[in-house]
Write a protein that binds this ligand. Structure first.
Ligand code: THU
Length: 155
């Protein structure tokens, strides 16, 4: 028997430690949260994806009375980005969530289904996709999206 140890490296930043590009992508994710359709959870999430050529694509969570038909902000943005730009690697994604008119203190961390989608797009282009998780007090940065879902399902 041998053991595999799987590692996830999360860098924790204070807002004043972030560089201009990261701040810009976070601002776009925060803006995207305002386009969320979340009458059932009242949890408004925005995602901003940056492609290799600098293009930014935004998405937000879209809920539905038939609950499972809704989609998270991350997948709304990622699917649209890949549908419009199938050949362009996705470099970064920033995520922000707003509840009761306030952005969360702690970063919102993506669900398993969104991690699976991030991992696949990152792997497809043999690129590294950085994940930026925004909270008003601290920001988590994971340089390789695939580390968020060790042992990702692959075909
Ligand atoms: N949600 C996202 O859009 N992204 C996440 O990372 C977590 C959850 C959405 C799904 C649902 O519309 C609402 O937040 C509450 O779960």
């Amino acid at each position: 028997m041998k053991e595999l140890t799987l590692k996830t490296n999360v860098k924790v930043y204070a807002p004043e430690e972030l560089d201009a590009e990261t701040l810009h992508l976070i601002a776009e994710a925060k803006q995207a949260a305002s386009t969320s359709y979340a009458p059932y959870s009242n949890f408004h999430v925005g995602a901003a994806v940056m492609l290799d050529d600098g293009t930014i694509i935004k998405g937000s969570n879209q809920e539905n009375a038939a609950y499972p038909s809704g989609l998270c902000a991350e997948r709304t943005a990622l699917f649209y980005a890949h549908a419009q730009h199938p050949q362009t690697p996705i470099r970064k994604i920033a995520i922000a969530a707003c509840q009761n008119e306030k952005f969360t203190h702690l970063p919102v961390t993506p669900c398993g289904a969104c991690r699976q989608v991030m991992a696949e797009y990152a792997g497809k282009n043999k690129a590294t996709m950085q994940v930026i998780l925004y909270g008003t007090e601290s920001i988590y940065i994971i340089d390789d999206a695939r580390e968020l879902l060790p042992l990702t399902f692959e075909l």
